[in-house]
Design a binder for this molecule. Sequence first.
Ligand code: TYD
Ligand code: MG
Length: 458
Amino acid sequence: MSSKGRTLYVCTECGAQANKWAGQCGDCGAWNCLQEAPAMPPAGKSGIKPAGYTGAAVGSEVRILAEVDATAEIRQSCGNGELDRVLGGGLVQGSVTLIGGDPGIGKSTLLLQALAELATRNRTLYVSGEESPQQISMRAQRLSLSRDRLRLLPEINVERILAICEIEQPQVVVIDSIQTVFTERLQSAPGSVAQVRESAAQLVRYAKGSGAALFLVGHVTKEGAIAGPRVLEHMVDTVLYFEGDPGGQLRVLRAVKNRYGPVNELGVFAMTERGLKEVSNPSAIFLSRHDTPVAGSVIMVTREGTRPLLVEIQALVDECHGSNPRRVTLGLEQNRLAMLLAVLHRHGGVAMYDQDVYVNAVGGVRINETAADLAVLLAALSSFRDRPLPTDLVVFGEVGLAGEIRPVPNGEERLREAAKHGFKQAIVPRANLPRRGSRVEGLELRGVTRLAEVMGNV
Ligand code: TYD
Ligand code: MG
């Protein structure tokens, strides 16, 4: 049999396999979902034996757990505090990291900067299938990066990339991007789900066998997922998404999966003329301070990964002229807003069924936690009544369906962050008040247990 083997077709919806391509999956009935995938190669004939391959990662030998080396992973800094933070405290040897994001958001820039730093201590390889060596060299020069030790490979054939890796023995490899590379094992075009999955699988196997740290760049497609959507997430150790408004300066790198650190950790960068600069005090950026109080604006303390972050929640409540009032959220969950408005009606006696409600987390930040509930409700109420809240007030807390205000994790840490930025008052769940004896300097605290207790604040 040829090295290309037999070709199978796998349904991307249900995973069913077929020998022949068809427009409809015979199992689940979905249309246009059969994708080419290679049949499993015969055992022992995988063909690719990366340098230093010991079989430890993908071998089939039974081991006693106690005999497996359990020393902590070896980490090193990428020379960028924010990137290190998102990776869980530096780059882990042998780890595979997927960096996803819209085209033009700054993935190549970030990795080029990191690689230039890593190149001072490691053998590195930057594999580019998107830009010419001249383009990359010009960019490195513009970013004032040291180009002496940066090794560059313009190549898109995975088999050739791996062959060169075997000769070069790099310790850090960047593949920019996974959508441009292809494996000879498949006939489909680069960028197809099958190609992306199979190419990534080969590269991951290489990284695990050789101990090289691997970065895969993945462009997010229009549907919002990395193409081959999600198929890579389970294969890699860490998934980072680069987000931000391409028109603006601010970029946020978020860990959505990390085998070596906390998820939802945020790294904040500013895109400048000299590349990406770390922003070590992000609260100052997300916070747009108003000189005079503005109705509909409330500051909350959210927690992203391991650090607290001050974010402004803005609401606009306006008379609805259609039959369906709008519930629009940016950076917050829409269903949660609908639920909160129902709680506000039932337990606060304020009805908004004839009002459009828009809520925005300022600065393009996305808030995934319920601690925003109280701030969202107060912002909506403030806009509805056209009465501003004090500018030195922070608010956080979860609101339950029974109108109760529930505590959120790490209350004291959030309060400290607020005090650090000069806030003077806080309305928080009573259970989040600091324990007897401990106070938060400079902050006047009010603990609440029911929604009804805060209705009079606006
Ligand atoms: P890039 O890293 O090429 O994005 P990606 O790899 O995610 O597609 O980023 C390109 C954008 O960044 C481009 O619009 C120009 C901008 N940029 C700067 O503003 N300053 C810089 O120093 C660099 C290198 C790029
Ligand atoms: Mg790029």
